[in-house]
Design a protein around this ligand. Structure first.
Ligand code: KG4
Ligand code: ZN
Length: 336
């Protein structure tokens, strides 16, 4: 079964054609990130207007690259939530119009289910349930037990910021621009992770599998202020960052990243040991982080199979994951 996936929940306009939830025939992504880099974050109105410009050409390109016409498409899947409302509306309205025009079933798909199903794209080994998934993205941070297809059990979540959001905000404090994850990890590679002892918040036993990153973010801000002599007279974090040396920035990035990764990997591995699971998965934009991948691999130490998206483009927002999640939803419910 070939599904056309459409994803417009944030700043990526994406369309893909995926067969049986695994075989990716095309995966087209037009990003408006350059526009948001200038503003230091996504401006919802700007993102929605870019989606409007891009959506039709991106869908056409996805069909063309897959070498298929509308007659070959069995269903249309579209992200319906969560996300920026104006951005979601562009994708949903387009999908509804195409579904009506070409008489194709429409499958509304949850964005985080999409991130979870990104791990099955191009997978050749059989799937072994239950699976423990750590979803870490800009807006989402959750530990989920996948008992069977589309049977999600939430084990823990963030009580404040998501890990990706913390990466983005700290990058802003350090004057590194948006999005924060890739540039922080690059600068961290040149820094000392032990330069600053930032808090690792593990929370009390009732919150053993929940996360909190707002205290860490404040600790980085206080350190930035301490490192900049004129700190007291400056109002905005971005102004401080201009006074930091390159070494300070690298060390702050490395120490911050180490603190986030310690918490994420500790909690994931502890949950893998405490719950009955046969596989462990990393999903979402932050799962592109090589140090996180390495830390989880080392701490898990081959006790359970570890699965991460096959390609880095499947970590961040894309439409192949939406088509994949929709396929397994149909397979699970047995209906279109
Ligand atoms: O999944 P995603 O594309 O969008 C959301 O659903 O939020 O995730 C985007 C997030 C951003 O916060 C970005 O900074 C983070 O993923 N990210 C990373 C890396 N690449 C992207 N964080 C850490 N290290 C990376 N290499
Ligand atoms: Zn996402």
């Amino acid at each position: 079964m070939k599904i056309l996936g459409i994803e417009t929940s944030c700043d990526e306009t994406a369309a893909a054609v995926v067969e049986d939830g695994i075989k990716v025939h095309s995966n087209v992504i037009a990003s408006s990130m350059d526009l948001h880099t200038k503003t230091g974050g996504v401006v919802p109105e700007v993102a929605a207007r870019e989606h409007l410009k891009q959506i039709n050409p991106v869908i056409d390109e996805a069909l063309e690259k897959a070498g298929v016409g509308w007659g070959d498409i069995d269903a249309i899947a579209v992200t319906h939530a969560p996300g920026l409302i104006a951005s979601l509306l562009v994708g949903v309205n387009t999908a509804q119009a195409l579904s009506y025009l070409y008489q194709k079933p429409l499958i509304p798909t949850h964005h985080i289910a999409g991130h979870i199903y990104a791990n099955f794209l191009e997978r050749s080994e059989p799937i072994q349930f239950p699976i423990l998934v750590l979803t870490v993205s800009g807006g989402h941070n959750e530990l989920v037990r996948l008992k069977g297809h589309h049977e999600f059990e939430s084990i823990g979540e963030t009580l404040d910021d998501a890990a990706g959001e913390a990466f983005d905000k700290v990058a802003r404090m350090l004057g590194l621009g948006y999005p924060g994850g890739p540039i922080i990890s690059k600068r961290a590679a040149a820094g000392n992770p032990a330069a600053f002892n930032f808090p690792r918040v593990h929370l009390d036993k009732n919150n053993r599998y929940n996360f909190s990153f707002s205290g860490l973010k404040s600790a980085v801000l206080r350190q930035v202020e301490n490192l900049t002599k004129e700190g007291a007279t400056l109002r905005r974090a971005q102004d401080h960052s201009r006074l930091l040396s390159e070494t300070d920035i690298n060390n702050l990035a490395a120490s911050f990243q180490a603190a986030v990764i310690d918490v994420l990997s500790d909690k994931l591995v502890a949950a893998a040991e405490a719950f009955d699971v046969k596989e462990v998965h990393l999903a979402g934009g932050v799962s592109a982080n090589q140090s996180l991948r390495q830390a989880v691999t080392e701490k898990l130490n081959d006790r359970l199979p570890l699965c991460m998206p096959q390609k880095l483009i499947y970590c961040t927002d894309n439409a192949a994951m939406i088509a994949g999640a929709a396929y397994f939803c149909i397979k699970n419910t047995g209906s279109l």
